[in-house]
Ligand binder design. Structure first.
Ligand code: BJW
Length: 241
């Protein structure tokens, strides 16, 4: 690792791999979510129009899984919260994950670019509400009173990820870009390392179980379970502060 100036901001991109050791499934590993259900059936706006009950059942099951008491932040989430607390230049976590494990570990400067499983959104009035219960087409929106329009507050294929302007500005300023637990298959997140390279200011590192699709774009790579490699990398960063 080169010496990173502690006055420079860090941007961390996380994906499903960081939550694997907490008991949540990834998408594209051999035993992942997309080996059991088809994207076109559950993760597109067209799927929700065609069969909303099917899509609700998929997200209801994942919400119940997330709320299981055994699912807790792991040492990788905890290390990133420590980095945010102790790094002078500031840390922004951009997560593709819809779980709340970063928040539970103590991270506060956080963007959920693919939405949040524990929120619902009304397609009629846009109201976004905390949601820890099952959703169905029978429910009424508590804000506008209309029924049938509540959906999980998540970003499906073909929809615009959230807070993209803010993310792009942070990538342009970053002194270090860390990509953790993501396979690099889904854009625009898979292109963030190229954005950092384009601006030319930041070092980039991939921390993953195995090389991602875009591994060769990173200046540095380290492979192993997130619960091991992330705390070790954070220790090295903070030893220079
Ligand atoms: C570990 C580990 C351990 C395991 N420790 N590591 C061509 C055709 C059609 C569309 C497109 C196209 N080209 C590009 C597009 C756009 C499309 C896209 O990317 N498609 C690709 C499939 C080609 N993207 C979109 O549609 C996005 N919107 C968009 O582009 O809008 C237009 C736009 C224009 C201009 C600017 C900006 C935007 C929206 C994408 C929405 C993705 N939604 C999902 C599901 C919704 C949320 C949910 O249900 O959870 O988000 S898909 C799914 O993939 C989920 C994830 O966030 C996302 C990324 O997955 P992730 O996190 O990388 O997980 P995995 O499983 O792939 O990888 C896990 C990794 O961890 C692996 O590498 C493991 O090895 C590793 N690992 N154990 C460390 N213990």
């Amino acid at each position: 690792m080169p010496v990173i100036d502690p006055s420079n901001p860090i941007v961390v991109l996380t994906g499903a791999g960081i939550s694997k050791e907490s008991g949540l499934e990834t998408f594209r590993d051999a035993d992942g979510i997309w080996s059991k259900v088809r994207i076109e059936d559950v993760a597109t706006p067209e799927a929700f129009v065609r069969d909303p009950a099917r899509v609700h059942a998929f997200y209801n099951a994942r919400r119940q899984g997330l709320l299981n008491a055994n699912v807790q932040p792991n040492p990788a989430h905890v290390a990133l919260a420590r980095l945010e607390r102790d790094w002078p230049g500031g840390v922004l976590i951009v997560t593709q994950n819809i779980d709340d494990l970063h928040e539970r570990a103590g991270s506060a400067n956080l963007i959920h670019m693919h939405g949040e499983l524990l929120k619902s959104r009304c397609e009629e009035c846009g109201d976004i509400t905390e949601c820890r219960h099952d959703l169905s087409i029978a429910l009424k929106c508590l804000s506008c009173g209309r029924d049938g329009g509540l959906r999980p507050h998540v970003v499906w294929f073909g929809e615009m990820p959230l807070s993209m302007d803010e993310i792009e500005q942070a990538l342009a300023r970053a002194g270090l870009f860390m990509s953790i637990g993501t396979s690099g298959n889904v854009y625009p997140a898979a292109g963030f390392v190229e954005v950092v390279r384009h601006y030319g200011r930041g070092h980039s590192v991939e921390l993953n179980l195995e090389p991602s699709v875009g591994a060769t774009s990173f200046a540095e790579t380290r492979y192993g379970p997130a619960g091991d490699v992330v705390p070790a990398y954070v220790d090295e960063l903070l030893s220079a502060v």
